[in-house]
Design a protein around this ligand. Structure first.
Ligand code: PEP
Ligand code: MG
Length: 669
């Protein structure tokens, strides 16, 4: 309506690059942002302008790829905010923030949560799933029926045997086993299989068909309980096929670019990952799990929390994984594959340019220097750091050297590893974090007692103080390196006595080992108690590093592995921003350095805010350092200070994100 429009400001033309234009999901994303504002917002294509708050109206515009649209609103801020969403519909930095519910399936697109950002194209392969070679046609109906009944009976007997032999502790599984027996005796399952066999099909083909159809029906229900029952059916199917002596295909050979899929990906899977794996998908797992941390360090996109029915999709189909937008597309159009390849080429080009400049220091335009460190998980990660412009190792997560083995590494083994890293690092600082076991980081052979709430239990330094033998070995190995650039950091510190106790032990070890240099002993600020008394800690500790992953978990009271709350555990929450501010202020009273080593330090949207809060050391994932240094060179320190002050006064995560997007959109690019 012309009269409405004439009172509003008009945006520049916005080209829609999303291959499917503004379809239902982008429309939902646009309207959800528009609804945050009370004033009128219109989107116009050609001569038609519609209300941006209505999904149906937006769809009626029929916006396709390469159409141009305009935003009309009362002020520039709203125009910028809506323009950002429209521009980013394709690579969809917008979409994942607007809370697509995990486990959502839309045609060929399976949605999940981005645990490592990126876009990849490759063939889908299941990691752990048994792959059977099933012959479809068999003429001997009687033999196949016999084979069918024998297999069912065999599996039933196996389950009954397990049921009869459950130990006291395992009684909780009895319900599941009984349910499996019920499923095996299900008359519909038997009748449908027999009628398929009657059509000259094999017993294996028949049971697979019936169970797969059944799972497809379950997948379409809205009930989580029913959806999860698919696991039981697939488990039974595997057992029945094995009982029928069905031939299996040997483990997958990743000779093509591969997107690896599994119910659960463990850190061990990822540490050993094949170089042809370009993307990862898991049904379970959280965005801050260790598997996710390794995926990010390796620069491999990872989507978690995907609907389990994806596990029934056959291997070897070509898919596009866009974890940034939160989905994998199982039937991409050829043009989509081309676009992804062009996009990946352009990324490689930008990366090449950023890498050429990586060695230069990162100064903001107005001359404020930010030290860019990296997080590492093993000595190999430190190999080429001198070439990549790394200015320090801000966090070595030593729990990784305790994985993939049956006993803890000895002092000598650890000494070699630490000395190797320090030698790769030359003179730049290397911060060794002592073992952070417990919580979601379980190491089987350490036999950490089962606890009701493990993340609130014996983890990090609490565990080290209970297993002083391990702590002493670790500190001895560090002391033996005897170099001034090696430093020690303690995880999960929550009270000063813990720090004092470790310090006391470390002093004795340094003396025993004739250490001639100063080795600093710092702490992670990741438990709220440290934030609240950072000024007191600052009197004793040598430095702080803020672990925003755990700090978010503990301040917001959200388990970092809880998929249902994954969208809410957001480090842009006002309380986290205020927490960081408090740590910096407390530390500055005694001039102690503060860095950030959680995920937040790698996030471009967060970096200006962190700089403005007084952080001048960021410890990020290896793959993002060159790009983030280039990004910092595009910032103004004054703008960062201003952004931090304004953010400290905002009341919601959404407002902070929107404010930062509007302010730094030019630099984020
Ligand atoms: C953190 O908690 O932010 C952190 C860096 O440590 P981790 O992710 O290893 O717990
Ligand atoms: Mg932590």
């Amino acid at each position: 309506d012309q009269s409405q429009i004439s009172n509003l400001i008009k945006s520049k033309p916005i080209l829609i690059t999303n291959p499917h234009g503004i379809h239902a999901r982008p429309a939902a994303a646009i309207s959800s942002v528009a609804r945050k504002y009370d004033s009128e917002i219109l989107i116009k294509k050609d001569e038609k302008a519609v209300n941006a708050k209505s999904i149906i109206s937006l769809l009626s515009l029929a916006v396709n790829q390469n159409d141009s649209v305009y935003v009309y609103a009362v002020n520039e801020e709203i125009i910028k905010s809506l323009s950002y969403i429209l521009i980013h519909l394709y690579d969809s930095s917008g979409e994942d923030q607007y809370q697509i519910s995990p486990k959502h399936v839309d045609g060929n697109k399976y949605y999940g949560i981005a645990a490592s950002f990126g876009i990849a194209c490759g063939v889908l392969k299941k990691k752990g799933k048994l792959n059977f070679i099933i012959e479809e046609n068999k003429n001997d109906i009687l033999t196949e029926k016999k084979r069918f009944y024998e297999a069912l009976n065999k599996v039933k007997k196996e389950i009954e045997y397990s049921l009869a032999n459950l130990t006291e502790n395992d009684q909780i599984y009895s319900g599941i086993l009984e349910a499996h027996i019920q499923m095996l005796c299900d008359p519909a399952l038997i009748d449908e299989s027999l009628s398929i066999i009657n059509n000259n099909k094999s017993a294996a083909f028949a049971i697979k068909q019936v169970i797969t159809d059944n799972c497809n029906i379950l997948a379409k229900t809205e009930s989580t309980v029913l959806i999860e029952r698919q696991d039981d059916f697939m488990d039974l199917l595997n057992r029945i096929l094995i009982a029928m002596n069905t031939k299996q295909i040997q483990t997958v050979n990743h000779d093509l670019p591969t997107i690896l899929l599994d119910n659960w990906l463990t850190p061990n899977d990822l540490v050993m990952i094949d170089k042809n794996v370009v993307g990862l998908i898991s049904v379970a797992g959280g965005a801050t799990s260790h598997a996710a941390i390794i995926a990010r360090a390796k620069g491999i996109p990872l989507l978690v929390g995907v609907n389990p029915s994806i596990l029934d999709i056959p291997d070897n189909i070509q898919v596009v994984l866009n974890s940034k937008a939160g989905y994998v597309n199982l039937a991409p159009e050829p043009h989509e594959i081309d676009e992804v390849n062009i996009y990946l080429d352009s990324l490689r080009y930008k990366h090449q340019i950023d890498s050429q400049n990586a060695k230069a220091k990162a100064y903001t335009k107005d001359g404020h220097q930010i030290n860019c460190y990296i997080n590492i998980a093993n000595p190999e990660d430190s190999r080429d750091i001198m070439l990549n412009g790394v200015e320090g190792i801000g966090l070595f997560r030593t729990e990784f050297i305790f994985l993939n083995r049956k006993v803890p590494p000895t002092v000598e083994e650890q000494y070699k590893i630490y000395a190797d890293i320090v030698s790769n690092a030359g003179n730049i600082p290397v911060i060794i974090r002592t073992l952070d076991a417990g919580g979601e980081k379980q190491i089987d052979y350490l036999k950490i007692a089962h606890e009701q709430n493990p993340v609130l239990g014996i983890r990090g330094v609490r565990f080290s103080l209970q297993r002083k033998d391990l702590l002493i070995d670790q500190l001895t190995a560090v002391a033996m390196v005897n170099k001034p650039n090696i430093k020690v950091m303690l995880p999960m510190i929550s009270c000063i006595e813990e720090y004092r106790e470790v310090k006391h032990i470390f002093e004795a070890i340094k003396k025993q080992n004739g250490v001639t240099v100063d080795i600093e002993l710092g702490i992670m600020a990741e438990v709220p108690s440290v934030v609240l008394m950072s000024d007191i800690f600052a009197r004793e500790v040598d430095f702080f590093s803020i672990g925003t992953n755990d700090l978010s978990q503990y301040i917001l009271a959200i388990d970092r592995e809880n998929l249902k709350l994954a969208a809410q555990i957001d480090y842009f929450h006002p309380s986290i921003i205020r927490g960081i501010d408090m740590v910096v202020k407390g530390a500055k009273q005694m001039s102690r350095p503060v860095s950030i080593c959680g995920l937040m330090a790698s996030d471009k949207l967060a970096i200006p805010l962190l700089i403005g809060l007084g952080i001048d050391q960021l410890s990020m994932s290896i793959d993002s350092i060159a790009e983030n240094k280039a990004f910092i060179r595009n910032l103004n320190y004054e703008d960062c200070l201003d952004a931090a002050q304004k953010s400290l006064n905002l009341s919601t995560t959404f407002e902070i994100r929107q404010f930062l997007i509007n302010k730094f959109i030019h630099a984020v690019g």
